[in-house]
Design a protein around this ligand. Sequence first.
Ligand code: CP
Ligand code: NVA
Length: 302
Amino acid sequence: MTRHFLSLADWTGEELGGILDLAADLKNKQQQGEPHPLLAGKTLGMLFEKSSTRTRVSFEVGLTQLGGHAIFLSPRDTQIGRGEPIKDTARVLSRYVDAVMVRTFAQETVEELANWSTIPIINGLTDLLHPCQLMADLLTVKERFGKVEGLKAAWVGDGNNMANSWINAAAAFGFKLALACPGGYNPDEKILEDARNSGADILLTEDPREAVESADVVTTDVWASMGQEEEQAKREADFQGFMVDEGLMNLSAEHSIFMHCLPAHRGEEVSEGVLEGPHSVVWDQAENRLHAQKAILATLLT
Ligand code: CP
Ligand code: NVA
């Protein structure tokens, strides 16, 4: 059966841990200049219905480093933008490429693509989830602390695709997660309920200080995600008090790290001082997209 990478919740903690180990190994090989052409001759299709810097470049470079090739597909210059059904696109792409990475709006779209494809589909961000980012984040956490299990992570901000993915990660890896979201901006109810039912230790509060207290990892994301641009002004008002600044970081553990999937809005969800400060690991985190995704691709395709 074809495996897809649509949500961390589709994979066991053990499987995801194996992908992280492979990512660390591939990172080491790349840094040593040791060739690792695990996907020689393979092609990835990359379908983007939203903007991207990191996801696009890291997948494309990743394929090159693995000996394969990636094709960038945008709705503007494919038939998708002119209404060709997803199920037709899925079957046609399945005849050409070895896997498809897709960034789009509805989670249902990536699920439909997967349902009609005979090749692995990778979720490169939907309104609901951003699983590839979380694999890079967890790789970064592991590099810093040597483990993920048993730590406390704090999410401050919108209950968006990143927050939902942190919830899935907490369930898979057994770390404590405290989310502080303003009223009306909670994460997905079903994802939270499923995670708690599987035993995850997750606190949901409206108080950023409570969430960040003694946390090993503090993380946030933009207040208005892609597709919510017209809500920017309302969100700026609703998220007052939710900026991760030096005062808030002071409540976290002394050795804590600050994470952000980027792009960041300085002076909104994070202060310049925190983003550029000694706790920040955001550039390592961005680099780790490359290594984590190479491991995801190698796991799906070999
Ligand atoms: N973090 C992330 O997915 O960045 P891009 O939108 O630049 O791909
Ligand atoms: N929550 C953000 C993440 C961007 C990588 C968005 O969806 O726009």
